[in-house]
Design a protein around this ligand. Structure first.
Ligand SMILES: *Cc1c(COP(=O)(O)O)cnc(C)c1O
Length: 220
């Protein structure tokens, strides 16, 4: 079995030295590490909770509903992040369980959230920086208008932007674009970087990295 706590420590260490490893002469802000536990059972998650880790990510509402209510009862300060696409008919369930939703990506989801009047939740707008047809997120063409709209609809509950760069491209320009867009709209949070590129994302100013397999091992 993989030692998830040891793996998390390794991720933290790589982030701590990320800026220096890229030759940058300054220290970067250390992002919050979201341990992406999709496909993994509570048994794999518990060691991290016992070690004090609190930020976790899931990409499906239904899967999350099976494991997280019990864990949240035991550890009430868990911060649960939804990082996968959201359907309007699951919006209510998502708000009941998740604290941060990274995947606001189109009008219908925005409308559903406004109607449900979220309380403590925070939202990030997903940008399809590679304009990939199979991927969710506002395209680079739609981004300006959609971010403006989201901020008008949900006000300060919109805290940042999220992206998943194309798998076959250098992620750096995508992270750079996300950062420029966030800055232009006064949004503080950047959700970018996964197991393959979280150190780069951290060096480029990510405030959240979403790390699955580097902590839990490969998904079957
Ligand atoms: C699964 C997933 C991750 C984590 O992926 P790893 O490569 O295993 O770290 C991050 N972000 C999103 C949106 C995901 O669906």
């Amino acid at each position: 079995m993989t030692d998830v706590v040891e793996n998390l420590e390794r991720v933290k260490a790589r982030i701590a030295s990320a800026a220096a490893n890229f030759g940058l002469p300054f220290k970067v802000k250390v992002p919050e590490i979201i341990a992406v536990s999709k496909t993994h059972e509570a048994a794999a998650i518990l060691p991290l909770l016992k070690a004090g880790h609190r930020h976790f990510g899931e990409n499906r509402v239904q899967e999350a509903e099976k494991k997280w209510p019990a864990l949240k009862e035991k550890y009430p300060d868990i911060v649960l992040h939804l990082i996968g696409p959201l359907q309007s008919n699951k919006a209510k369930d998502a708000l009941a369980l998740f604290d941060v939703i990274h995947t606001i990506d189109r009008d219908s989801i925005l409308d559903a959230m406004v109607k449900l009047a979220p309380t403590h939740q925070r939202f990030l707008v997903q940008i399809n920086t590679g304009n990939e047809p199979q991927k969710a997120g506002a395209t680079t063409e739609q981004a300006e208008d959609f971010i403006t709209k989201a901020k008008q609809a949900l006000n300060e509950k919109v805290c940042g932007l999220m992206c998943i760069p194309p798998a076959d491209q250098n992620p750096a320009p995508h992270f750079g674009l996300l950062k420029l867009l966030a800055k232009a709209h006064g949004l503080p949070d950047l959700s970018m970087g996964m197991s393959g590129d979280y150190a780069l994302a951290a060096a480029m100013g990510a405030t959240y990295v979403r790390v699955g397999s580097a902590i839990f091992g490969e998904r079957s």
